[in-house]
Ligand binder design. Structure first.
Ligand code: FES
Length: 266
């Protein structure tokens, strides 16, 4: 595809300053070296330039194109397709308010409206002090904790308009703010560098990453036949596993092994 001449003018983008370019080129070489085909490293490289400037600028697009022997049109097409690549500078703390279906009906829409009023900014804008940017985002696969707000991609669960306002006030005041689960916060640029594929240097981050919480595992536990608080008498109906006990053994004495083969208890 890179051999096709579209006759498009080059983006009016200046290159990075020499020192920045040299540093990013070394990082890019490390990322590109992880793939058999250089262009496969485009997504990490876009995170890399986002880590430098807080968004994917025209200069960042030019850099990626040069490193991967792509056209700036090709890089732009990818950068504008994925919503995690920002086209305007993010704040130090980038808030993503989920306004997808479940979060929306449980208060996400109201949280997003009230945060915009509270901060005096609109979707995809940044406060004048550069601390907070806000964006409404699609489902974060955290519906069991709805409504959810993310700060630099870390979860703040079960939010209300009041708790979300307190959250941004604390962030702007420099208070220590801890996500409901997962690793402690870092800046948006630092999170972009981690997403590019570089080591997460935060102390204790692996232990803090945690595992599935109780709401996430509730369905699994019910399916296994476990009783959960407040679910007395709940019966899980499954056409394929009707009458199956928690150890996989059926009430009629047959069982399914791990490969799906059926047998009879001795
Ligand atoms: S709808 Fe908000 S996390 Fe799924």
């Amino acid at each position: 595809m890179s051999n096709v001449e579209l006759g498009l003018p080059a983006l009016p983008a200046r290159p990075y300053p020499e020192e920045v370019h040299a540093r990013l080129a070394a990082d890019a070489a490390e990322l590109i070296g992880r793939y058999p085909v250089a262009r496969s490293a485009l997504l990490p490289l876009l995170h890399l330039v986002q880590a430098e400037e807080g968004f994917v600028s025209a200069t960042g697009i030019r850099f990626c194109a040069e490193q991967l022997d792509l056209t700036t049109a090709e890089v732009t097409a990818v950068a504008t397709f994925y919503t995690m690549y920002r086209r305007r500078p993010a704040g130090k703390y980038h808030l993503g308010v989920c306004t997808n279906t479940l979060c929306a009906v449980l208060g996400g829409d109201q949280i997003f409206d009230e945060l915009q009023q509270h901060l005096g900014i609109r979707n995809n804008e940044t406060t004048e002090d550069g601390e907070i940017s806000i964006e409404h985002i699609e489902c974060n696969a955290a519906c069991d904790y709805a409504p959810v707000v993310m700060v630099n991609w870390e979860f703040f669960d079960n939010q209300t308009p009041e708790s979300a306002r307190q959250l941004v006030d604390d962030l702007r005041a420099g208070e220590e703010v801890r996500p409901t689960r997962g690793a402690r916060l870092c800046s948006f640029k630092e999170s972009a560098r981690i997403l590019a594929g570089f080591a997460d240097e935060r102390a204790g981050v692996v232990d803090e990453s945690g595992a599935g919480g109780a709401p996430s595992l509730a369905g699994l536990r019910l399916a296994k036949g476990e009783a959960l608080p407040g679910t007395a008498g709940t019966k899980v109906v499954s056409p394929r596993h009707e009458g199956t006990r928690s150890d996989g053994t059926r009430n009629d004495g047959t069982h399914r092994d791990g490969t799906g083969h059926e047998g009879t208890e001795a």
